[in-house]
Design a binder for this molecule. Structure first.
Ligand SMILES: NC(=O)c1ccc[n+]([C@@H]2O[C@H](COP(=O)([O-])OP(=O)(O)OC[C@H]3O[C@@H](n4cnc5c(N)ncnc54)[C@H](OP(=O)(O)O)[C@@H]3O)[C@@H](O)[C@H]2O)c1
Length: 358
């Protein structure tokens, strides 16, 4: 059975409603209840962890048997599990909903299966309406679900000769204004911004996302990792969001805790010790390397030990984009999966049987 015009409009509306919800441990979801004639009876969205899901929020606005024979249009498959709230599939069945249109399948092992449950109860179910829009709305949440942790981007600025600071430790500024503006724009898209105590003590960074002198509306939560104390008058203490401090070097436990706090995307901004530790721990998904046409020499390398003892163990990346930024260049690269790395090595060896070429 096809999706009707009114249902299509309702899905567009449900996506708008979904976007009103907060980003966090739960996905942003919207729902619209339509009468059999296609009129909107109620709207709802998910207001955050521990609150009713979008379908239940919408149903709560209807009285008596007003939902009897109605259609529910939802941006994510109604869930089938009891968490802090009951299964939405059951709430829809109990309310007498006879048809459900949803955009995306629920990827959760425990929460999925709602469509099957609805069909089992005789409810008509259509999946996939405006799935691409729904996917892009919650793409960070979907990635965090797949990884079981936040998506981690490691960013650094380096000289052409691979240094992250001059011999005395000063590193502001290696890159030019275009590159720095790009960093701020990308920071504004992240949930958390992570630095080591070394960077806090050396640079006293504000860790805000700024557009010129103004703050971007969305500010990432500052996170500091390491045992040393952050001074009471540190600039990040004036950040609009309260900082989170982890007096540990156990990055897996930090990332697990950030995941529990609903962080979906984290931006690691150094310094070299922490960036290297994230890569060595296998906790980096993407690299942003800003390369400036300047030479610094010395031993303050952009990365230190990342657990690569020989060229065979080199961490190969796939560059998704080279972005010119004024005189600088940004490489946006992701880590290759193990099988991808093996395929490439084989191809390279076949093409390049040329001893001495690096
Ligand atoms: N070019 C750039 O993009 C850039 C960016 C940031 C900083 N910098 C420069 O980098 C320099 C600071 O470098 P840095 O390497 O000292 O800074 P860092 O990486 O920010 O801090 C290092 C500290 O992180 C803590 N840490 C937390 N988890 C760790 C782990 N798993 N392994 C090891 N250490 C861990 C340790 O602190 P505790 O000892 O307190 O436990 C360690 O001493 C400064 O010169 C700064 O200007 C450059």
């Amino acid at each position: 059975m096809a999706v009707h015009e009114a249902e299509r409009h309702a899905m567009t509306r449900a996506l708008e409603l979904a976007a009103r919800g907060p980003r966090g441990a739960n996905p942003q979801v919207g729902a619209v209840i339509l009468s059999p004639e296609g009129e909107i009876l109620a709207e709802g969205w998910h207001h955050g962890a521990g609150t009713p899901h979008a379908e239940v929020d919408a149903l709560s606005k209807l009285h008596g048997d007003a939902a009897g024979g109605a259609t529910a249009v939802v941006t994510l498959e109604p869930c089938n599990h009891t968490g802090r709230t009951g299964p939405c599939a059951v709430a829809l069945i109990d309310a007498g909903i006879s048809r459900v249109i949803y955009a995306l399948d629920d990827p959760g092992a425990a929460s999925g299966g709602g469509a099957e449950r609805l069909r089992g109860a005789g409810v008509e179910v259509e999946a996939g309406e405006q799935a691409d829009d729904a996917r892009s709305l919650i793409s960070d949440w979907l990635t965090a679900q797949r990884l079981g942790r936040p998506h981690v981007t490691v960013k650094w600025a380096q000289s052409l000769d691979g240094r992250a600071a001059a011999a005395d430790g000063s590193s502001q500024w290696i890159t030019g204004p275009d590159a720095r503006a790009d960093v701020h724009r990308r920071r504004a898209g992240a949930d958390a911004i992570i630095v080591g105590t070394g960077t806090v003590l050396a640079d006293d960074p504000a860790l805000t996302a700024r557009d010129g002198d103004a703050l971007y509306e969305h500010q990432p939560i500052p996170v500091v990792i390491g045992a040393r104390e952050t001074p009471a008058d540190a600039a990040l203490r004036r950040h609009p969001n309260e900082s989170v401090f982890y007096a540990t070097r156990d990055l897996h436990s930090v990332i697990a805790d950030l995941h529990d706090r609903g962080i979906q995307t984290a931006f690691v901004e150094g310094g070299p010790t922490l960036a290297s530790a994230f890569i060595a721990a296998g906790l980096a998904d993407r690299v942003l390397a800003y390369v400036a046409p300047v030479l610094l020499g010395g031993d303050r390398l952009a990365l230190t030990d990342i657990g690569v003892p020989s060229i065979d163990a080199a961490r190969r990346l796939t560059v998704e984009q080279w972005v010119p930024l004024g005189a600088d260049m940004l490489a946006i690269a992701r880590f290759q999966e193990d099988n991808e790395q093996e395929d490439n090595e084989q191809e390279d060896n076949e093409q390049e049987d040329n001893e001495g070429v690096r």
